[in-house]
Design a binder for this molecule. Structure first.
Ligand SMILES: [Zn+2]
Length: 346
């Protein structure tokens, strides 16, 4: 497998976030990068540094205001008197609040959907590096003749919307990869149709929102039922897209505690829908927090079960861009990724 990595993805090290109002250590830790690299090197995968993609790939998905906020927020926040060493909002955007704020405190409330996306000193450089990895993998698959490529993205990205961070996510690396693949496909006269399949245990609400009204990007997600699980306000089965995009979104929420077989059945169902859409490229939002012992666990997927998942997804027979999302059982991350890739390439 051709893999892309950049050391800057380890720079994001927020000291805390808020859980039920309490400051807590962040389980999305830089050690995740080292664990994944260990797995890739042990497998003998080709690991390359991703070149800088530049701002256009990020601007294809995110708004100028949001990108400027992410890049400058930590420095501006740190200049405030008595500020914590991490940006966490204390105001939030409401439907009757109509003006874009100039203060970084107001902008934090405007652009951060929860208290689980703290911005620290290295956050911007880390998510930009992750986006660079995603773009490199998309280019390798859409024009480089690779059947698949893996992007070691950290922090994850699928909860990030067009102008909103949330759930450990800042830039939406899967959406950036999908748009880059579309651009390259169109330039080569191929149908610029991309499907995003999200198998992280959490619903990819950011990705869904970005492509909600689009009929050229299909979004399918298998995840813990948001009736009782993050992100609560998106990912319900009745959400199917809108306007031209009506029917191009598929949500398959599963009850918390679902078995590996139930997860596999739902992934097979989503792959059948992807096949009907007939994309030129598949972008996979690959989370390992479906693992039975993940600290955020809701499903019971075993390490050998990830090989079954990999085989099922490879069975789609599509050029595939693999984007790393969640997975917080750091001691098991290498084994789970190895198992998935063994199944995918098997
Ligand atoms: Zn997740």
């Amino acid at each position: 497998m051709l893999c892309f990595h950049l050391p800057d993805t380890a720079l994001h090290q927020p000291p805390q976030f808020l859980v039920r109002g309490q400051p807590r250590p962040v389980p999305e830790r830089p050690e995740r990068v080292a664990a994944v690299l260990e797995a890739l090197r042990a497998r003998g995968d080709r690991v390359e540094d991703a070149p800088a993609a530049g701002p256009a790939a990020r601007a294809a998905v995110h708004t100028p205001e949001y990108l400027a906020f992410l890049e400058t927020a930590f420095a501006r926040w740190s200049a405030l008197p008595d500020a914590a060493p991490v940006v966490i909002p204390n105001v939030h955007r409401g439907p009757d609040m109509l003006s874009y704020p100039s203060s970084v405190v107001g902008q934090a409330g405007f652009h951060m959907s929860d208290t689980a996306c703290p911005i620290a000193e290295g956050t911007w450089r880390a998510t930009v590096a992750a986006a660079d990895c995603a773009v490199a993998a998309a280019r390798a698959v859409a024009t480089g003749g690779e059947g698949a490529a893996y992007a070691l993205c950290r922090p994850p990205g699928h909860h990030a919307g067009r102008d909103m961070a949330g759930g450990f996510c800042y830039l939406n690396h899967a959406a950036i990869a999908a748009e880059e693949a579309r651009r390259l496909l169109a330039a080569r006269g191929r149908p610029p149709r991309v499907a995003v399949l999200d198998v992280d245990v959490h619903h990819g609400n950011g990705t869904q929102g970005i492509f909600w009204r689009r009929d050229d990007v299909f979004f399918a997600s298998v995840h813990g039922d948001p009736a009782e699980f993050y992100p609560f306000m998106a990912g319900h089965a009745h959400e199917r897209g809108a306007g031209a995009g009506l029917g191009a979104t598929l949500n398959l929420p599963l009850p918390l505690g679902s078995s590996e077989d139930a997860v596999l059945r739902a992934v097979e169902e989503s792959l059948a829908a992807v096949a009907r859409f007939a994309p030129s490229v598949l972008v996979l939002s690959l989370g390992f927090d479906t693992f039975k012992d993940d600290p955020l666990a809701a499903f019971a997927v075993t390490t050998p079960g990830f090989a079954r998942l990999g085989r099922a997804i490879a069975g789609a027979g599509l050029p595939t861009v693999l984007i790393q999302e969640g997975g917080y059982a750091v001691d098991h991350l290498a084994a789970n990724l190895s198992s998935f890739l063994d199944g995918f390439e098997g």
